[in-house]
Design a protein around this ligand. Structure first.
Ligand code: DX5
Ligand code: ZN
Length: 221
């Protein structure tokens, strides 16, 4: 199965929203990636509950809600997760990781665990049965437009191997941060399944959405 694309909606210029969403539907975009930032877990604030709910109203594409917030334990419910959507929480953001993952699944949505560049893969081991996806951050979260942390490619490769070794090959690996056409190719080879398209993958200066998405799709066959 080819790789999937999740455009990073915080990169969408407000004035392009309606046309952009129509374009994404035409291009059969798999998820809309929503970066939720609380100014605590990351040094930035972005996108919230009403934003997510409005997107559901404006588009049929399932949401991929990336919670970069402290203690998501109860807060994830504010987003009213829907079947078919992904909700990701950060390993570093709560001491009750397993409880929250289970809570997400109980809503009918798919549970994903995100890990920052400095967080080792071994923290995933005990919760593999609770996961539908793993989000490997290829930058330190907080801002679009950063350079990829180079060891991310090897990390994705080791993560994929771990999933194969343990019989969890249905768990999808998502990558987020500087997923350029070149990096996407390497990350795909390493085993990534879902690609967050930000300022270097979907919202590329001088390129239309049609052009950028076609080029990104080609990199993740
Ligand atoms: C990073 C965000 C990303 C970001 C990706 O904190 O989670 O989703 O928007 O954008 P680029 O591709 O520009 O790194
Ligand atoms: Zn993100």
């Amino acid at each position: 199965m080819a790789g999937k694309i999740a455009p990073s909606m915080m990169c969408m210029p407000l004035e392009d929203m309606i046309e952009g969403l129509k374009n994404f539907e035409k291009n059969q975009i798999e998820y809309l990636h929503i970066d939720v930032m609380d100014g605590q877990f990351v040094p930035n604030m972005q996108l919230g509950v009403d934003y997510a709910k409005n997107l559901r109203r404006l588009s049929k594409i399932p949401l991929d809600i990336h919670l970069m917030i402290e203690r998501p334990d109860e807060k994830f419910k504010w987003f009213a997760p829907q079947p078919g959507e992904y909700v990701s929480i950060h390993y570093e953001s709560t001491v009750h990781v397993q409880r929250v993952l289970k809570g997400i699944r109980d809503t009918g949505a798919k549970a994903m665990l995100a890990i920052n560049p400095a967080t080792p893969l071994c923290v995933l081991e005990e919760v593999l049965p609770d996961l539908d996806g793993i989000l490997i951050m290829s930058v330190n979260p907080g801002f679009a437009g950063q350079k990829m942390v180079p060891q991310s490619i090897e990390k994705v490769r080791r993560c994929k191997q771990m999933l194969l070794d343990r019989g969890y090959d249905k768990i999808e690996i998502e990558v987020d941060g500087n997923v350029s056409f070149e990096n996407a190719k390497l990350l795909r080879k390493a085993g990534a399944d879902i690609f967050v398209g930000g300022s270097s993958g979907v919202f590329v200066k001088g390129m239309s959405f049609d052009e950028a998405i076609a080029k990104l799709r080609e990199s993740i066959l």
